[in-house]
Design a protein. Structure first.
Length: 197
């Protein structure tokens, strides 16, 4: 077992033993995928937590807990994918904690801010003109274990990752849009504080 930014990846000796239907029912999982001889479980932002939990249960990992599948038994396509994904790291690597500020309540702890505190999400065109504004789009909180900002009231179906380097559940491209009016308000407060010195 190993993982990239959003997926747990397994080399499986016997596909018949994998119960895909049950795995798909898990609330933390947004889907599964087979790529040749590799089984991928799409976990989005939760990938690090799931990886840690499975490691604690004794599942063999790419860190030496079990002998890796020999390259001789892998297809050429799998070896190429291994080379590409092997150079990618998770958004927040396992065992680390990032720093974040919740843009709705300006706290750095895990105090949640509800969607009611979101003055408005704004989506712009390439010139910067606001095309759509949605009041109270989503709340936000900081994950106490990883330090990542989480947005509980949106879905990947509504807001897809857009770039191929991100998977479902990664909303990095929407950082400013989701919290536009609160960020605008905060910039005004900071400018006023600076000018009043």
């Amino acid at each position: 077992m190993f993982h990239c930014m959003t997926r747990l990846r397994f080399y499986v000796k016997n596909r018949k033993l994998v119960n895909e239907a049950d795995i798909k029912k898990l609330p933390e999982i947004s889907g599964v995928n087979w790529y040749q001889d590799q089984f991928q479980v799409i976990a989005g932002n939760e990938v690090n937590e799931l990886y840690d939990a499975l490691t604690q249960k004794g599942l063999p990992t790419d860190e030496g807990a079990a002998a890796p599948v020999s390259n001789a038994n892998k297809s050429i396509g799998s070896r190429i994918v291994d080379s590409i994904t092997g150079c990618m790291t998770p958004m927040i690597p396992a065992g680390t904690h990032t720093l974040a500020i919740n843009p709705l309540n300006w706290k750095t702890d895990s105090t949640p801010a509800s969607w009611e505190e979101n003055a408005g999400a704004c989506f712009t065109d390439y010139s910067g003109s606001i095309v759509t504004e949605i009041p109270h789009l989503t709340g936000a909180y900081i994950d106490p274990q990883r330090g990542a900002l989480k947005v509980p009231d949106v879905s990947p179906q509504e807001y897809p990752p857009v770039l191929s380097i991100f998977s479902d559940g990664i909303y990095h491209l929407y950082d400013y849009q989701f919290f536009y009016r609160k960020l605008q308000e905060n910039v005004g407060v900071r400018i006023d504080a600076y000018l009043s010195r």
